[in-house]
Design a protein around this ligand. Structure first.
Ligand code: FRU
Length: 482
């Protein structure tokens, strides 16, 4: 691309694949992420949207419906197989969501400390505009999961009627923190799974028999642990098969670079400027005049050591965002055939407030494309930004619980985007012009090919599809395909 005056060029990335176990971590660089501002309009009226419509989620109406009156609903995922297909089970579509009680006396922003995995079902081929999702309640019985709070993950239908729920087992030790929301004793985090049974009849879907197994805790070397940083991230497992490595099961998850908080030194490869770029920062500058070394997100990779998926080994992270951003959440791998070749899209969500000093971007979903699970990933649209909430990036970053009234009222309209087959992107409503959410957003469609993404504004109404539209594309009965 031609450089934007005043901005550096993005880093060069080959997209070349490496062995999944290789010691190569792709970098989302400062040079890459600076393209977000290079592509943003510096001259919009304050509080408008400064981003290209191609990467902007259409506006959610303020009078959105509540999906459920008793629970807030946020991070959501479908029942899938190992290839990210969304499977209908005996005629039912099933989705899993983090939920929290709307009537327990705490506010929407305290939901994280009170999160449980709930599930919903509705008839396959229901009319998504009319037929509501039926709430099935909590997936696990009280006090049976590893940890006392259940955070995001993914759910796979295994053989017959078995399901494996991969989830984040978060344990809070501080009741005051659970009620007040933060600032107390840091929680523990482990990646866990529960193997259970799915049942379906004409009335709907139920689950039972869950056996919980703790799978992984951060090692402090590749993945930061609690002793190194009370604000560490270790969560959001997503498992999948890779056609290039048959018989293996992999997992991507959200992590941080191992090491004590504040000890990281930004490296040339984290900056990623091309030699001689007049707009390059130097390593010394970044390490002496910013606090950018505090932001050390990565996307972790692990491989299963047994067929039961109860034993896992860490591999080096597939992506790091050192000195760029502190959180790359809910990662997923979506494999798409382009011109006869499998292209691996890594999608992950991130926030405005987790960007490093000198960097700016919206809440939304970010993407990276390469030739393998581990590759020199090319950020989509050269910046990494795939789809963000309408934001004036010329104004300073805010957080959903305290937005600046002069900012675009929809800057936090949606979060936790999950990319489904066919480019359907589902998310939850957080804050639409001051109206707090806790329900699923209208699904939007994002076309992507060759590392370029574009919101499809011909989908639904001006680009907004039905609320909570997570259709299935594969049908499975108790005894297999029907
Ligand atoms: C994303 C997220 C996840 C986490 C969950 C906790 O919205 O931060 O990373 O699992 O929310 O509520």
């Amino acid at each position: 691309p031609a450089p934007t005056p005043g901005f550096p060029l993005p880093s060069l990335h080959t997209q070349q694949a490496y062995d999944p176990a290789a010691n190569f971590t792709s970098k989302w660089t400062r040079a890459d992420a600076k393209q977000i501002m290079a592509q943003s309009n510096p001259n919009v009226a304050p509080g408008q949207n400064s981003m290209s419509p191609n990467v902007t989620m259409p506006e959610i109406p303020e009078d959105f419906p509540a999906m459920n009156d008793d629970v807030w609903v946020w991070d959501t995922w479908s029942l899938t197989d190992e290839n990210a297909n969304q499977v209908s089970y005996k005629g039912w579509d099933v989705i899993f969501s983090l939920v929290a009680d709307r009537h327990a006396g705490y506010g929407f922003d305290q939901r994280h400390w009170n999160a449980r995995i709930g599930y919903f079902f509705r008839k396959t081929n229901a009319d998504p505009a009319k037929d509501k999702w039926n709430y099935g309640g909590h997936l696990f019985l009280d006090n049976t999961s590893i940890g006392n709070t259940e955070w995001s993950g993914s759910t796979r239908l295994m053989q017959g009627n078995k399901i494996n729920v991969f989830y984040t087992a978060t344990t809070f030790y501080d009741v005051a923190e659970r009620n007040a929301g933060g600032g107390g004793i840091a929680p523990d985090a482990a990646i866990a799974k529960a193997l259970g049974t799915i049942h379906a009849d004409k009335n709907g879907v139920t689950f039972d028999g869950f056996q919980h197994t703790k799978l992984l805790e951060p090692d402090g070397k590749l993945y930061q642990n609690k002793a190194q940083n009370p604000g560490f991230a270790f969560r959001d497992p997503y498992t999948f098969a890779d056609p290039a490595h048959p018989g293996k099961t992999f997992m991507v998850f959200e992590g941080n670079t191992g090491g004590t908080r504040g000890s990281y030194k930004c490296k040339q490869e984290d900056l990623g400027y091309r030699p001689g770029d007049p707009h390059a920062e130097t390593v010394d500058q970044v390490n002496s005049t910013t606090g950018a070394w505090y932001q050390t997100a990565n996307v972790g990779l692990a491989v299963a050591d047994n067929k039961d998926l109860t034993k896992w080994s860490f591999l080096p992270p597939v992506l790091s965002a050192n000195c760029v951003n502190d959180q790359t959440e809910r990662p997923q791998i979506y494999i798409q055939n382009e011109n006869g070749k499998n292209k691996y899209y890594l999608f992950t969500i991130s926030h405005q407030f987790t960007y490093a000093d000198g960097m700016r971007g919206p809440d939304g979903v970010y993407g990276f494309v390469g030739d393998g699970v581990r590759s020199d990933y090319q950020p989509v649209n050269n910046s990494g930004l795939a789809l963000g909430s309408p934001t004036d990036l010329n104004m300073p970053a805010n957080a959903p619980e305290g937005p600046d009234p002069r900012q675009n009222g929809r800057q936090f309209q949606a979060y936790s985007h999950y990319v489904q087959p066919g480019g359907l992107v589902q998310s939850f409503i957080d804050n639409v012009d001051g109206v707090r959410g806790g329900s699923l957003s209208p699904t939007v469609k994002m076309n992507f090919k060759g590392g370029v993404t574009q919101v499809d504004r011909s989908f639904g109404q001006n680009g907004l599809g039905p609320f909570g539209y997570l259709p299935t594309n594969v049908r499975v009965g108790g005894e297999g395909l029907y």
